[in-house]
Design a protein around this ligand. Sequence first.
Ligand SMILES: [Zn+2]
Length: 81
Amino acid sequence: MRVPCPHCGERDVAEFRYGGDASKMRPTHDTGDLKQWHDYKFVFDNPKGPHLEYWQHVYGCRQWFKLNRNTATNEIIGGEK
Ligand SMILES: [Zn+2]
């Protein structure tokens, strides 16, 4: 699979690290609701199809970015910084 880094261009997937679901909203630090934090950290969907994800170019520029990837076909639909 080839991953398009927004800073370096297209590279092999071995240079990258998956960073999780980018569509989830992180709770604010001042929230005392532990259920919100639990759900954010440990409850995941397992979507089949387009999915917004965090990726890091570990063996390149080390920048984090969002990637819209089809989880069924690994097709890269789009990305953003
Ligand atoms: Zn890069």
